[in-house]
Design a protein around this ligand. Sequence first.
Ligand code: CO
Length: 134
Amino acid sequence: MIGRLNHVAIAVPNLEAATSLYANTLGASTSAPQALPEHGVTVVFVELPNTKIELLEPLGEGSPIAAFLERNASGGIHHICYEVDDILAARDRLKSEGARVLGDGNPKIGAHGKPVLFLHPKDFNGTLVELEQV
Ligand code: CO
């Protein structure tokens, strides 16, 4: 059911410093910062030949990554995103297998303008999993 690895998301305390680390130290191609108030983050995309890295910085009150950064002050891997062809079919299959879908269970539009869902980390070996319909 799952397809390609779409991205790995890293929560960072300072987006400018993290972008410079990827652009200058690691020599990667990075996007301009994009504010996503609906998701409570500002994101920079790092384009790699085979996948993307998303650098996430908290935006506004109650950001979903604020608590993560309190526990991981220097940042850390926050989630991984797999591609699916049909997100509603994927959701229904996962629910029937007993996996928990976060939020109200309906896809939201993610950072790439495509529908996304998040799955409970306790059901996936301690890893927050995002599904994106491509
Ligand atoms: Co993501």
